[in-house]
Design a protein around this ligand. Structure first.
Ligand code: UDP
Length: 379
């Protein structure tokens, strides 16, 4: 099988493929991963698709669509597909299917929240989606009524043995914190997310300012820059301006490098993990933190409520409710036993539902059903 996406690092798709591909190979499937290459203009256009799928109104001139198609066409000329099974992730490589004589099942795996897309942009993409045999989404609410194809739900998953998720000795944790200059003399609140408007890092600053009125604490915003996300530095700059002197005093720490060990450490040492997303296809950062038994306060959007039962495995808050976020964070900071209990419950929920072995078996089942001949097998 071959998986095709548009970045080898940064974001949840790359994170899963790094574990899924070797595990599929271990399971006896010759699995490959190809990454579509594009120029900055291409990724600026596909970021607009991404935003539009997550509900923003976007006007795309025909030159943009042509550029999108041309990049996919060029990439297809370098790509030899003789696999039995093709999985294309997200909108960037979606039109590839147009440039091949389809001789096997093609699956579009869409990771974003498709519940309220910009209708004009969806109409453009739908033309390609309908050429696929199946679509895989992360949540039943992302089903598109206009599609007649099979729309399957595969929840994303984490690899508990990866560098990002495995248990760490105390010495490694201390060394990593020291090398990034992160002191733990005050309670630590962390959001791990690309600098993306849907992750609302500016909203996180508002919450942090509110929490700090009552408890002295420190905020870490850790967001590596994904090559297929051109808006990252602009959003980062806006957050720096909003945080003002707090960045200089070290009370707001902003990190932009990709470092799985650091993410692992932050998700283990933080007193509260926050995920203030406005839209969230699933939110692997939440899964990762829950696995590490951390209390998570997150927005009640997209795939997050699949992971957090409010008050049991974390706290859910409406995304525009700054006070609500601050209250829940303060509640955990003031009652560490509550945080520990939420964390314990959360780990079991992840163990049961969101480990990568489940995802491997879902792909294996799908391949078995498809029989490798391009035809969906009878129900
Ligand atoms: N991530 C990371 N470093 C960062 C920020 C994010 O390694 O600085 C990882 C994070 O640990 C998770 C993935 O990127 O594995 C983000 O996945 P998620 O589903 O939360 O969001 P996406 O970025 O795919 O929208």
């Amino acid at each position: 099988m071959v998986h095709i996406n548009s970045t080898s690092q940064g974001g949840g798709v790359a994170e899963m493929l790094h574990s899924l591909i070797p595990l599929m190979n271990d399971a006896g499937i010759a699995a490959e991963w190809k990454v579509l290459h594009g120029c900055d203009d291409f990724f600026a256009i596909t970021k607009k698709f991404h935003n539009a799928l997550q509900s923003e109104h976007v006007d795309l001139p025909s030159e943009s669509i042509n550029h999108y198609l041309e990049t996919n066409k060029q990439f297809s000329s370098h790509l030899s597909i003789d696999h039995d099974f093709v999985v294309v992730h997200d909108p960037q490589p979606l039109p590839l299917i147009r440039f091949f004589d389809k001789a096997q099942p093609w699956i579009w795996r869409c990771h974003v929240d498709l519940s309220t897309p910009d209708i004009g942009v969806w109409a453009i993409l739908e033309e390609f989606v309908t050429r696929y045999d199946h679509m895989i989404i992360s949540h039943p609410a992302y089903r598109r009524e206009t599609l007649t194809m099979d729309q399957m739900i595969f929840h994303p998953a984490i690899d508990p043995l990866s560098e990002k998720n495995r248990d760490l000795p105390a010495g490694v944790i201390a060394d990593t914190l020291a090398s990034f200059g992160i002191a733990t003399d005050k309670p630590l609140i962390t959001q791990i997310s690309r600098f993306d408007k849907w992750k609302d890092p500016e909203g996180v600053i508002d919450i942090f300012l509110r929490v700090r009125q009552e408890v002295d604490c420190r905020l870490v915003l850790c967001g590596s820059m994904a090559p297929d996300d051109p808006e990252g530095w602009e959003i980062h700059q806006r957050v720096v301006e909003k945080a003002g002197d707090l960045v200089k005093t070290g009370d707001v720490i902003m990190i932009t490098c990709e470092n799985s060990m650091l993410v692992n450490v932050l998700q283990r040492v933080s007193d509260v993990i926050i995920q203030k997303s406005l839209r969230e296809g699933f939110g692997l950062t939440v899964t990762e933190a829950l696995w590490k038994e951390r209390p998570v306060v997150a927005s009640r959007v997209g795939g997050i409520p699949l992971q957090i039962t409010d008050g049991e495995t974390g706290f859910l808050v409406d995304p525009d409710d700054t006070e609500g976020f601050a209250d829940r964070i303060l509640q955990i900071l003031r009652d560490p036993a509550l945080g520990r209990q939420l964390g314990k419950n959360a780990k079991e929920h992840v163990r049961e539902h969101f480990l990568i072995t489940r995802l491997v078996s879902e792909y294996l089942d799908l391949m078995t059903r498809e029989n490798g001949n391009g035809n969906p097998s009878p129900a």
